[in-house]
Design a protein around this ligand. Structure first.
Ligand code: NAD
Length: 333
């Protein structure tokens, strides 16, 4: 079976996913949802999408009556994911949602509950969870090749441009660098160590309060503690470049990914040498895998479901809380 997907939000990343999906064998782009009529006509031509599978933000609930669409992939600004996923669930369609799934854990849980109630699947666009170099390190760690895991370091950041973009507008983004890029270090810390954190500490630095207004974090350093005693030390920033690196340390070995999460070739090495794995288009692999998860109940090696994403949101909530209170915040995931 083929998963027939409509994309909602035809912006930068929506276009990247649409292009990558042209090479999919198990998922197919068949529909589009946009507030801009000209984008819909462009997409009809570019991706051979029938006009009857195109909707706008007012009328897309009618997708309920469209038997040719199985799932909607929500790729709009962060704060809009919550309502969109709930409407998709009510229309009886599976939902795939971009990261961050929501702007806090409470909204994320409401999305999980709505999809459960409607008996549809909810997956989150965590493309790294299907990336071969990443999966090879996870395999080696599970096989005990690094020994007892003691430390993870995640560095996630870039210098963000245009100060008027939605990513720097709290009403649409829900937060700053943490929501957008810091989240990669958060779920990286979890899948690289294989543990769930039990406490968080965090400190914020803001060098440009004009650009990064109240509620938009510029730079946050955060630490996570795990039940085994392992710790993670991470940096999330919109004000530094070249930060896209994961480092996992164990008593008998180590692994590094640099770059760890970018679109380009991921590069990795361990104490045993270079990691040689295929270079893939992340979104092509992601959508083919998600089609199998949704249609065939395939179990991914690293989970990508809504419950999984709520854990990341609980950690983000706790990081913001730790910054505000300037103290260690306990976590129970
Ligand atoms: P973008 O600005 O390029 O596109 C956003 C789209 O949403 C635009 O087409 C815009 O018209 C539309 N939109 C609908 N309602 C809107 C509203 N009320 N206000 C503003 N825009 C509205 O952004 P993007 O980079 O495509 O990001 C979209 C989502 O995808 C975000 O949640 C982001 O975190 C996620 N994303 C994920 C990855 C990844 O690698 N997984 C990469 C980039 C972005």
């Amino acid at each position: 079976p083929i998963l027939r997907v409509a994309i909602m939000g035809l912006g930068g990343y929506g276009t990247r996913v649409a292009n990558a999906m042209q090479a999919c064998t198990r998922a197919k782009l068949v529909g589009a949802i946009s507030g801009t009529p000209s984008k819909l006509t462009d997409w009809q031509q570019k991706y051979n999408i029938p006009a009857k599978n195109c909707y706008n933000y007012e009328n897309y609930d009618a997708i309920k009556n469209n038997p040719d669409i199985d799932a909607v992939y929500v790729i709009t600004p962060n704060a809009l994911h919550h309502d969109a996923v709930i409407r998709v669930a009510k229309a009886g369609k599976h939902a795939i949602c971009e990261k961050p799934m929501a702007v806090n854990a409470k909204e994320g849980q409401e999305m999980v509950d709505a999809c459960k109630k409607a008996d549809v699947k909810l997956l989150v666009g965590y493309r790294m969870h299907f990336e071969p170099h990443t999966l090879e390190i996870v395999r080696m760690r599970k096989a005990g090749e690094f020994g007892k895991i003691t430390f993870f370091q995640g560095l996630s950041g870039f210098v963000i441009g245009d100060p008027t973009q939605w990513r720097l507008n709290k009403a649409l983004s829900g937060g700053g660098a943490m929501m957008d890029i810091g989240i990669y270090s958060i779920n990286g810390a979890r899948y690289m160590t294989g543990e769930e954190p039990v406490w968080v500490t965090a400190e914020e630095t803001k060098t440009n309060p004009e650009k990064f207004k109240e509620g938009i974090d510029e730079t946050i350093q955060f630490q996570l503690g795990f039940p085994s005693g392992a710790v993670a030390s991470c940096l999330s920033t919109y004000a530094m470049n070249n930060l896209d690196r994961f480092f996992l340390d164990g008593l008998n070995g180590w692994a590094e990914l640099y770059p760890a999460t970018g679109y380009g070739p991921i590069q990795g090495r361990t104490n045993k040498g270079e990691i040689n794995q295929p270079v893939v288009t992340h979104q092509t692999v992601q959508m083919d895998e998600m089609a199998q998860i949704i249609l065939e109940g395939k179990q991914p090696i690293i989970p990508v479901d809504g419950e999984e994403a709520v854990k990341d949101l609980k950690i983000i909530d706790a990081i913001y809380e730790a910054v505000k209170l300037a103290k260690k915040v306990p976590l129970k995931l």
